[in-house]
Design a binder for this molecule. Structure first.
Ligand code: TXA
Ligand code: MG
Length: 339
């Protein structure tokens, strides 16, 4: 049985937060909202507790977890050094959707870092996450609270769908907000490297610290990514998805070429493009990139087997949060159809 609490974000129920914190302190797994996606938390200093995360998600053991803390002082307690550039990033963007990778001091259990000498740390901004971390007063290891390989959860119902019965608790704080995960920045080199694009955009990072590098593996599929998790199948909807570039007319041509009595087509596109397309099921994602990011994972979960046979998704500009959107869509898709 999974204990579920419903929390009003504006007036959090402290009794529920205390109960969830107590479960975490006692070595159980609890899912909770952050401003990006729901996380599946466990005491990061307790190896057995952390194993519970890998078990519930079916997550490969070589994929390290992010440690979540409430304050910069707590973060300092998990790393060997905090270089000036990391300090600047933390001051500028946290609490918020940013994860910094730094040399670990070994306080967190070995399975959190999957045996690496570095650790990803993050101070989330969501009021429920903040309160929970404050009350439990331990670093909380938390990957996204989905079954490995599926789209990340942006609502408590998504978490329930995947992990119900496999985790001790679920704090429901409503839909998350940003909708894509935190930006992961490796700060162990002189020039920081973006390992995973996310809620803080490259444009924002560059405005704060000058040039940043982007892990070459993000653009080149033959390179091994530096963030172990970036190499796995990810964000997969139940049915195959094609990413289709080009004008609405071109996308419609692709749809018409595939659609038939035995092949139903689902479409994901911006609200404007969606209005021009005809298919068996059309999901408008919103008008600007922020809205599209917020609703992306929910849309990927809407299409079920037996409902449609192929999803056709529009492509988006790789600027601002579009970089993270396209990164996730490219992982979710089985092929890319150029115009
Ligand atoms: O927004 C988020 O970051 C969410 C919420 C729950 O905080 N968490 C999340 O965790 O997305 P997860 O485990 O789904 O993704 C963490 C990513 C993976 O790609 C992992 O390989 C990478 O961060 N990562 C973690 N620690 C790392 C390290 N020491 N070095 C390199 N990459 C690391
Ligand atoms: Mg994940």
């Amino acid at each position: 049985r999974t204990k579920r609490w419903n929390i009003q974000v504006q007036e959090p129920d402290y009794q529920a937060i205390r109960e969830a914190a107590e479960l975490l302190r006692n070595g159980w797994t609890v899912a909770f909202p952050t401003e990006t996606v729901y996380g599946l938390g466990a005491d990061a200093t307790n190896e057995a507790a952390v194993s519970g995360i890998f078990r519930a998600k079916g997550r490969p053991e070589d994929n390290p977890l992010i440690a979540h803390v409430a304050t910069k002082d707590q973060l300092r307690g998990l790393v060997r050094t905090l270089p000036p550039v990391a300090e600047t990033l933390l001051d500028r963007f946290t609490p918020g959707p940013l994860t910094v990778v730094l040399p670990s001091n070994g306080v967190c259990a070995d399975n959190v870092t999957a045996g690496l000498s570095t650790i990803g740390v993050r101070i989330p901004q969501h009021p429920v996450a903040r309160k929970l971390l404050e009350v439990c007063d331990i670093p909380v290891a938390a990957p996204s609270a989905n079954t490995s390989g599926k789209p990340s959860p942006t609502t408590a119902d998504h978490v329930f769908e995947d992990l119900h019965g496999k985790i001790a608790g679920l704090v429901d704080g409503g839909p998350t907000g940003v909708g894509v995960e935190s930006t992961v920045v490796d700060c162990t080199q002189d020039i920081p490297i973006v390992l995973r694009p996310g809620g803080i955009t490259s444009e924002q990072l560059e405005a704060a610290i000058g040039s940043v590098m982007v892990d070459p593996a993000l653009a080149n599929t033959t390179e091994n990514p530096k963030a172990p998790g970036m190499k796995y199948t990810h964000y997969s909807p139940e049915v195959p998805m094609w990413l289709v570039a080009g004008t609405p007319e071109h996308i419609q041509t692709v749809i018409d070429g595939e659609r038939g009595p035995k092949k139903r087509i689902g479409v994901m596109a911006s609200t404007e493009t969606a209005a021009e397309l005809h298919a068996d099921k059309v999901i408008p994602l919103g008008s600007d990139l922020r809205d599209i990011a917020a609703g992306l994972y929910d849309a990927l979960r809407i299409f079920k087997n037996g409902d449609v046979d192929l999803i056709v998704c529009e492509t988006f500009p790789r600027t601002n949060i579009g970089q993270a959107i396209m990164n996730r869509l490219e992982k979710a898709a089985v092929s890319y159809v150029d115009s």
